[in-house]
Ligand binder design. Structure first.
Ligand code: UTP
Length: 408
């Protein structure tokens, strides 16, 4: 794309300010800006004009779970099925590590955070250790994809290399970069971060599968005959990943996806809850629930909307492939976005000044026909690190790691 073509495209979309500093850039800078402009998805901007965040919601209905008690009763059957799949290396995993982790306030990729106290123990290391637990019992590695973003890719790859992949076989690790989306001011103008750089942010964790396909990695999954693929967040240092019972329960259920869930700590807990929406599996956010939904109980006195998701899912690959070209809703999220102001001065706002566009994993689940919610025990498997202190923090995760016998 040359300058004139870029200008015409931008004028058509009311975004010609992006070329304001073009003539001040050197040749490399000019080429880079033009290629950024060429890659812009202007269709996202119409969402802002319509003042619409994702779609309206449908009719909700409760969805029960395979409870922890039931899992204990059927554990050997589940494990047997899971072992088989893991021994044939038919289950892969994707670590979602493309987020910005702004709440933690750590200026490196979140996985590089050291949760150790008397020794080094990094978040990435905790997750790899959890995978290695499975590798040890099955004698087989699990193909692991690490999804990064443009902003943290190099740091992440370098860190894994430096730490010798924490003892994991690097032949079984692939890194890929997730897509980004432009950041837009409240006036609908795409923001510049620098004279030659458009402000972008990772486009949410729901883009993990299309980004994986774009990175050309589907052929590797085919080559290795992978049938199941899990995704998990970087935050949760205690989660079990691709554990045999989970894989086995999922395989035996024949469902499209399985979701690890925890029982709500109280009816008003601020978690997304597994449910049905218009007959399809879905997640209803705590703020979308009516008072009725919050309080409704079954004949045994259990809440009907009782199982919160922990961002640990297991998909059947063939079912994912079927929906990969379906339209997935985009969420418009207000954020504080550093930008070049009208005087060309780099500014870090104190208040939200614009929007980012995000795809979410939960919307991917809603496109599928069936889901197996699989209950895990919160004290064993749910130690998210979102904040530096307080709820879901480094402190609370350290406490849970210790409770689970991990020396810090
Ligand atoms: P969060 O919702 O916690 O977002 O991500 P975040 O950006 O990491 O953190 P904050 O809100 O800025 O503090 C949940 C999981 O999804 C991944 C994150 O890395 C984390 O594992 N994620 C999120 C991505 O991989 N890509 C994204 O674009 C967003």
């Amino acid at each position: 794309m040359n300058y004139q073509e870029a200008l015409t495209l931008l004028q058509r979309n009311g975004q010609e300010h992006l070329l304001r500093y073009y003539h001040e850039l050197d040749e490399k800078g000019k080429a880079s800006l033009l290629s950024q402009i060429e890659g812009l998805d202007f269709s996202l901007l119409s969402l802002l004009k319509e003042n619409r965040t994702a779609e309206g919601r449908g009719d909700f209905a409760p969805l029960g779970a395979l409870t922890a008690d039931e899992i204990i009763r059927q554990r050997s059957e589940f494990e047997r099925a899971g072992f088989e799949i893991l021994k044939e290396e038919k289950a892969a995993a994707v670590l979602l590590a493309g987020g910005m982790g702004t709440r933690l306030g750590f200026d490196k990729p979140k996985g590089m955070y050291n949760v150790g106290v008397t020794r080094d123990l990094y978040i990435f290391e905790c997750l790899i250790n959890n995978l290695l637990d499975v590798v040890r019992v099955t004698g087989h590695y699990i193909l692991l994809f690490v999804m990064t973003s443009e902003l943290n890719h190099d740091d992440t790859v370098r860190f894994f290399r430096e730490k010798e992949y924490f003892g994991y076989d690097p032949d079984y690790i692939r890194f890929y970069v997730q897509d980004t989306a432009p950041c837009v001011g409240f006036d609908g103008k795409i923001l510049l971060e620098d004279k030659g750089r458009i402000a972008v942010s990772p486009n949410g964790n729901g883009g993990w599968f299309t980004s994986l396909a774009k990175a050309g990695l589907l052929s590797l999954l085919k080559e290795r005959k992978v049938e199941y693929i899990s995704v998990f967040g970087v935050d949760n240092v205690c989660q079990r990943i691709n554990d045999p019972a989970f894989i086995g329960a999922m395989a035996l259920s024949g469902r499209d996806v399985a979701a690890k869930v925890v029982r709500k700590a109280d009816p008003n807990e601020r978690v997304g809850v597994m449910c049905l929406e218009d007959g399809h599996p879905s997640i209803v956010e705590y703020y979308e629930m009516t008072e009725d939904m919050i309080r409704l109980k079954d004949e045994n006195g259990n809440l009907l909307y009782n199982y919160g998701v922990i961002l640990n899912y297991l998909f059947r690959l063939d079912r994912l492939e079927k929906i990969m070209n379906d339209r997935i809703p985009v969420h418009v999220v207000e954020k504080k976005i550093p930008y070049l102001d009208e005087n060309g001065v780099f500014t870090k706002p104190e208040e939200p000044n614009g929007c980012k566009f995000e795809y979410l994993v939960l919307d991917l689940i809603h496109l599928l026909d069936s889901c197996l919610p699989y209950e895990v025990i919160r004290e064993k498997e749910f130690a998210p690190i979102k904040n530096a202190t307080g709820i879901d923090s480094v402190e609370s995760a350290r406490a849970l790691l210790r409770e689970n016998g991990i020396s810090l």
